[in-house]
Design a protein around this ligand. Structure first.
Ligand code: G1P
Length: 297
């Protein structure tokens, strides 16, 4: 049986240039879907999956992220004295137990594989999860929990996967699979951002990983790959060559690419429509918009 997964790495060092000018002073991961920062969705998903140690790989300009996970005693007192218990509860979900969260700096932007490698000493010789907060997944059972349950049966390495249009493979890591049937597929290979005519399949890697420490050993010797960066995909693919199994997990849920503006907007609408306090107003607005072709005043 596979060892329990209790640690997760959150690579959050990226500059978020696609969201300039906002990201000039606000880390992308703090940007909100309705009223919750992207990173809060990732943390909630990790907690639901049994993660108790949270490792953020950050960079210059990300201190707002560290503040976000601190207790805000003044605000807590204020809400308490006014009897605003529901808001206090919302705030409590953002607090981290002392010692449960660690921040490591990625000193140079050398790629996702390098960011994960920066956390190697905090992982040690254990399996671990990697979560990319840009990929937000709405699901009844949180995606990482689905994966960890499957991983407990299979061991090895597991990456979240979904089918993407064939002309989009150059935006993703792509799996080479023997047979594309069932929820768990065994990979024969993995390629980072292949051109459509070179892609081994249309099964793309989505930003949830459950990995063994062997991937960190592979990253020790990693060479630059696609885009001149050290790629996590390549280090996982090396495990396949070394006989360590790699599985793709076709998760149940809807993924939003919040690294893109249109994905971010779609997620905002979807999460707002899922909320009792916003659904009716927003629905009305959207209906008016479609009916008249212009926004209601
Ligand atoms: C990263 C990974 C890629 C994966 C993608 C999922 O790419 O390198 O393999 O498919 O996340 O979102 P990025 O989107 O950071 O370029």
């Amino acid at each position: 049986m596979a060892r329990k997964v209790t640690k997760a790495i959150f690579p959050v060092a990226g500059l978020g240039t696609r969201f300039l000018p906002a990201t000039k002073s606000v880390p992308k991961e703090i940007m909100t879907l309705v009223d919750r920062p992207l990173v809060q969705y990732a943390i909630d998903e990790a907690r639901a999956a049994g993660i108790t140690e949270f490792i953020f790989v950050t960079s210059r300009g990300k201190s707002a992220l560290e503040d976000y996970f601190d207790h805000n005693l003044v605000l807590e007192q204020e809400l308490k004295s006014k009897g605003k218990d529901d808001l206090l509860e919302t705030l409590n979900a953002t607090n981290m137990e002392s010692g449960a969260i660690a921040y490591i700096r990625q000193h140079k932007a050398l790629g996702l594989g390098h960011a994960v490698w920066c956390a190697r000493r905090l992982i040690g010789d254990e399996p671990f999860a990697v979560m990319l907060p840009d990929d937000v997944i709405a699901a009844d059972k949180p995606c990482l929990q689905q994966m960890i349950e499957a991983y407990e049966e299979t061991g090895g390495n597991m990456v979240a996967t979904m089918e993407v249009p064939s002309n989009k493979t150059s935006s993703y890591g792509v799996l080479d699979v023997g047979e594309n049937v069932g929820t768990v597929v065994r990979a024969k290979g993995m390629v980072e951002k292949p051109k459509p005519d070179e892609a081994p399949s249309n099964l793309a890697v989505i930003g949830r990983y459950v990995l063994g420490p062997s991937v960190l050993y592979n990253l020790n010797q990693a060479k630059t790959g696609s885009g001149g960066e050290i790629q996590l995909t390549d280090a996982i693919a090396e495990d396949i060559c070394n006989g360590v199994p790699v599985f793709g997990y076709k998760f149940d849920g809807q993924r939003f690419d919040c690294g893109s503006k249109s994905g971010f907007l779609q997620a905002t609408v979807a999460f707002a429509l899922a909320r009792d306090d916003l659904r009716d107003d927003l629905n009305q607005y959207l209906q008016d918009l479609y009916a008249t072709g212009q926004a209601a005043q």
